[in-house]
Design a protein around this ligand. Structure first.
Ligand SMILES: [Fe+2]
Length: 344
């Protein structure tokens, strides 16, 4: 059974999930507790919709005229026919919609079942990380010390991450618009969803859930070098005006911070959050066509998000990666984009 996956915040047109083709190895039984818990929680949004919530893209969050918050799931979403899961998604989306940046991050009372999903995925990812993650990610993961037995609150993630690199997490109900998502990096802020994938398929998500956001990105952001690169991304976005330049930048981000690999000990190791949060991608990425890192080529490469990434870009060392990406993001603007795109 294919696993589909989407790093939705990275797309200008985030409407198609990716098929990662991994095999399910376990499931979490039952889902009643979640629905029972959330039945008593209002899913009515009384205030204005926060600008960080997109009305479009995959699983868009919609606020009806009566204030009801509805997360629209595609018909092939694992939770589509599960009213308890739908209600849960609506309620968690409401928490983010009601949240104001100056307020404490809303607490999600995760159920035993949701903790179980986190536990399953964490335990399956750990040996794959040891085998396939680059040294900087592994060191950062150890420094951050995320729990593997329960879903952490975003406030907990911030509490662990900020002392290391200054980055903190803020909740978002659905897809963050591309410009806002990247721009927040310049404030050392990462917008993150709080929901977790459907328990019937713990290895599968058609959208970026908290497992991707935290296990993939927080571990990455715990490394000072990667955090510095992401911080520079925020500045680059703020210097661009054109949608095309933003698209170029997002594709470079895709092939680096989401799906990048670096050579270590003579073999490609993953540093991209999209690989490192996906059981399927971790099994597949070494079979991809791995090309030398090329900013111009990556920025113009129209990837297919409906499958495992068949083309990846690698570089010889973490230091070289850091230097190249920091140089690119620190100087990128509309003028640089025009120069790069005109010579493609
Ligand atoms: Fe991501």
């Amino acid at each position: 059974m294919p696993i589909r996956y989407l790093i939705a915040a990275l797309y200008v047109d985030a409407s198609v999930p990716a098929q990662l083709g991994a095999t399910l190895v376990s499931q979490v039984d039952g889902y009643g507790a979640t629905g029972e818990q959330m039945d008593s929680v209002s899913t009515r949004h009384e205030g204005p919709t926060r600008p960080t919530t997109s009305g479009g893209g995959y699983s868009p969050v919609e606020v009806a005229d009566d204030g009801s918050v509805i997360v629209q799931l595609e018909a092939d979403h694992p939770g589509f026919a599960d009213p308890s899961y739908r209600e849960r998604r609506n309620a968690i989306a409401l928490l983010s919609l009601e949240h104001r940046p100056e307020d404490p991050i809303p607490v999600v009372s995760y159920t035993d079942q949701e903790h179980g999903v986190w536990r399953i995925v964490s335990h399956e990812l750990s040996p794959k990380h040891r085998r396939h993650a680059c040294s900087a990610f592994l060191d950062a993961k150890e420094s951050l010390g995320l729990p593997s037995d329960h879903v952490p609150q975003l406030s907990d993630v911030t509490g662990l991450l900020q002392p290391l690199t200054g980055f903190g997490y803020q909740p978002v109900a659905g897809l963050a618009p591309l410009r806002e998502f990247y721009s927040s990096f310049g404030r050392r802020t990462f917008f993150s969803t709080q929901y977790i994938r459907h328990p019937s398929v713990p290895q599968y998500t058609p959208e970026p859930d908290i497992i991707h956001e935290v296990i993939g990105h927080a571990n990455q952001l715990a490394d000072p070098g990667f955090a510095e690169i992401c911080f520079a991304v925020g500045g680059a976005v703020d210097r661009t005006q054109s949608k095309d330049a933003l698209g170029f930048l997002s594709r470079v981000f895709w092939f680096t911070m989401e799906f990048g690999v670096v050579m270590e000990d003579g073999e490609p190791k993953a540093y991209g959050a999209g690989i490192l949060s996906s059981i399927g991608e971790l099994d597949f990425f070494q079979k991809a066509s791995i090309r030398p890192l090329d900013i111009r080529e990556m920025g113009g490469f129209e990837y297919d998000i409906t499958r495992y990434q068949p083309v990846l870009y690698s570089i010889g060392s973490l230091q070289e990666l850091h230097d190249r990406l920091l140089e690119f993001y620190s100087s990128f603007d509309d003028r640089v984009y025009r120069s790069l795109s005109s010579t493609r």
